[in-house]
Structure formats: structure tokens, C-alpha cells
Ligand binder design. Structure first.
Ligand code: A3P
Length: 325
């Protein structure tokens, strides 16, 4: 019996099975054959029990910081590469493998009561993310934060502008959202990045293809902004985390920030940084009208989806559908 040297053998293998070129990491403890060859020093408990999947600009950083205040909830360590987020399931980091991913999590002290999580806001609308997440974290719970997609698009545009993205500096929001096929290619790319995450139902359906409805919780991002204590209570019940932490005491509204912040005994509240809760002018009525129309069918889809799941409708969705009917 003869065999090729390892590299050539691998080349041959992937010629025969090209679909296996892209890895799909599974939990080694879910398959006896994998567990048997998994190092004894390793544990499968160094993985998150829930994910905050985004989308971007809906209040995911606020949610991350509120969750981290909970005594039984532990966030992943911040990434030096992507600052805060790990962005494992959504991009090239996935090729670093599960040991790389697990290194972002502490060894759980008490597995049954410790809820570890990570938040990567681009998981929501990345095509491959749900499939990859479900392969490794089939029992995880999924939190998605939704605000009016028009406001989300505008906040994203302002975010890009604040980062001196030349296309947003040189084009008004109205020009970005109304760009047409004949517009410059870069403008169309920017428009797509701005608008696509707001097609909420399309992205959620992809997650629901891989996760049970009971594993998915939609967070009303507007309510998270106006009444975070109430929203955090609902999230704790969904996660089944105990004890129920009282966010009414932990949070305080900061007038100068204009947002809810962490209450600190005898000191000023600890708010999120300048890049969260930016000050900018209101969206023009023209852009709002355009986006209400643009998202109408998507929002109708979302309404049907939430009704199917038996999840409450966010107030912004009711209002948006009323104003566009
Ligand atoms: P703006 O800066 O456009 O107002 P993300 O963290 O997902 O990028 O979302 C950022 C948005 O979170 C902010 O967008 C802000 O409106 C919203 N937000 C909700 N609650 C907040 C809070 N307590 N502090 C700061 N921003 C909050």
C-alpha cells in the first residue's frame, strides 16, 4: 500500500472533494469519534451559550455593555484585531479554527450557571454565518436587535461619515439611498452596504433555517434605547439566566448623553463612548419617505415572520406599516 506525502495527499483529497475546501467546524463533543481524538486538556464548554448577532447600528454595543453587568453573564474577551468583536463566523477569522475562537472565552467556573456570549454585529446579514454558527453552537440562543431599518441606514451612513469614508463625505444620504443602476459603481456598493442589512426578514429567515424559533429572540432596539430595564428583563427570561438582575437599579438616564448609562455609586454614570449616540441632524422628510417605501415589503415580511413566531411586534414596526399603508 502506497500513499502520497501529506501536502500532495491533501491536494488530491480536495480535488476529489472540492466542497470540503471550506471547513465547517462542529462541536467536537457532539460526535463521539471527534471527542475520542479531542485532547483531554480541552473542554467543549469554552463556547458561548448565546450570540448577539446584530445588525450594526441598532444598539448592539449598549446591549453588550448591559449584558456584561449581569453577575451570571460573561462576555468574550475583546479582540485586538477587530477591537471589540470576534467576527468569527462572518469572515476570514473562521479559518483560524475553533481553538482560536475558544481562546476568547474564559474557562467557565460553573458551567450550568455561567452564560458566556459574544456580540458580532455583522453576523446578522452575513450569508454563511448562520450555517457556521449552528454547526458549532447548535444549542445556542440568538439575539437580534431591530430598529426601524430607515433609522438604522441613516445611523450607518453617519457612522461611515464620522470615519471619513470619502463616498459618504462626498454624497448626501439622499444621494446614497436613491442611487440607481447608472450611478457610479462605488456609490452603488455603498448603497448596498447601507440598505441591505435592513431587509430584516430575509436575514432572519436564514437564521431560522438553522435554528429553532424558540432559540431566536428579537429585541426591540427602540425600546432598548428608551426603556432598557424592561427589555433586559425580557432577555433574561428568554435566556433562562438566574438570578434576574435588576437593571432599574443598575442603569440611570444621563441627561447630557441623552441615553441610559451604567449607574456608578458616588460618581458620574458610565456611558458608552462618543461614537455611540452621535449627534447629527434629523433625516430629511424626502429620505424618510423614500426609505419607508423602500422597506415597505421587507417590513411586511417581518410582520408576517414575527406573527408566525408568536413574538410581539415592535412599536416602530406598527408605526412604520401604518404610515406606509
Ligand atoms: P447613533 O450613534 O447613530 O445614535 P451599535 O452599537 O449597534 O453600533 O449601535 C449604535 C446605536 O446604539 C447608536 O446609534 C444609538 O442610537 C444606539 N443606542 C441605544 N442605546 C444606547 C445607549 N444606551 N448609549 C448609546 N447608544 C445607544
Amino acid at each position: 500500500l502506497q500513499t502520497l506525502p501529506p501536502m500532495q495527499l491533501a491536494d488530491k483529497y480536495f480535488q476529489i472533494f472540492p466542497e470540503e475546501r471550506d471547513p465547517l467546524w462542529q462541536n467536537p463533543c457532539h460526535d463521539k469519534r471527534h471527542k475520542d481524538i479531542w485532547s483531554k486538556e480541552k473542554t467543549c464548554d469554552r463556547l458561548p451559550r448565546f450570540l448577539v448577532i446584530g445588525p450594526q447600528k441598532t444598539g448592539t454595543t449598549a446591549l453588550h455593555s448591559f449584558l456584561s453587568l449581569h453577575p451570571a453573564i460573561t462576555s468574550s474577551f475583546p479582540s485586538l484585531v477587530t477591537f471589540e468583536e470576534i467576527q468569527f463566523f462572518s469572515g476570514p477569522n473562521y479559518n483560524n479554527g475553533i481553538d482560536w475562537y475558544m481562546d476568547f472565552f474564559p474557562f467557565p467556573s460553573n458551567v450550568s450557571t455561567d452564560f458566556m456570549f459574544e456580540k458580532s454585529a455583522n453576523y446578522f446579514d452575513t450569508e454563511v454565518a448562520p450555517k457556521r454558527a449552528a454547526a458549532l453552537l447548535s444549542r445556542a440562543k440568538i439575539l437580534a436587535v431591530l430598529i426601524n431599518p430607515a433609522d438604522r441606514a441613516y445611523s450607518w451612513y453617519q457612522h461611515q461619515r464620522a470615519h471619513q469614508d470619502p463616498m459618504t463625505v462626498n454624497h448626501t444620504f439622499q444621494e446614497v439611498v436613491t442611487a440607481r443602476t447608472a450611478s457610479p459603481r462605488e456609490l452603488l456598493i455603498l448603497q448596498r452596504r447601507c440598505l441591505k442589512p435592513g431587509a430584516y426578514a430575509t436575514h432572519l429567515e436564514r437564521w431560522l433555517h438553522h435554528y429553532q424559533p424558540s432559540q431566536v429572540h428579537i429585541v426591540d432596539g427602540s425600546q432598548l434605547r428608551s426603556n432598557p430595564a424592561l427589555v433586559m428583563e425580557g432577555i433574561q427570561r428568554f435566556l433562562g439566566v438566574t438570578p434576574i438582575f435588576n437593571y432599574t437599579q443598575a442603569l440611570t438616564y444621563d441627561e447630557s448623553k441623552g441615553f441610559w448609562c451604567q449607574r456608578v455609586e458616588g460618581a458620574r454614570p458610565k456611558c458608552l463612548g462618543k461614537s455611540k449616540g452621535r449627534k447629527y441632524s434629523d433625516m430629511t422628510p424626502e429620505s424618510r419617505a423614500f426609505l419607508t417605501e423602500h422597506y415597505r415589503e421587507h417590513n411586511m415580511e417581518l410582520l408576517r415572520l414575527l406573527n408566525r413566531l408568536g413574538q410581539p411586534l415592535p412599536a416602530w414596526l406598527r408605526e412604520e406599516l401604518q404610515s406606509s399603508s
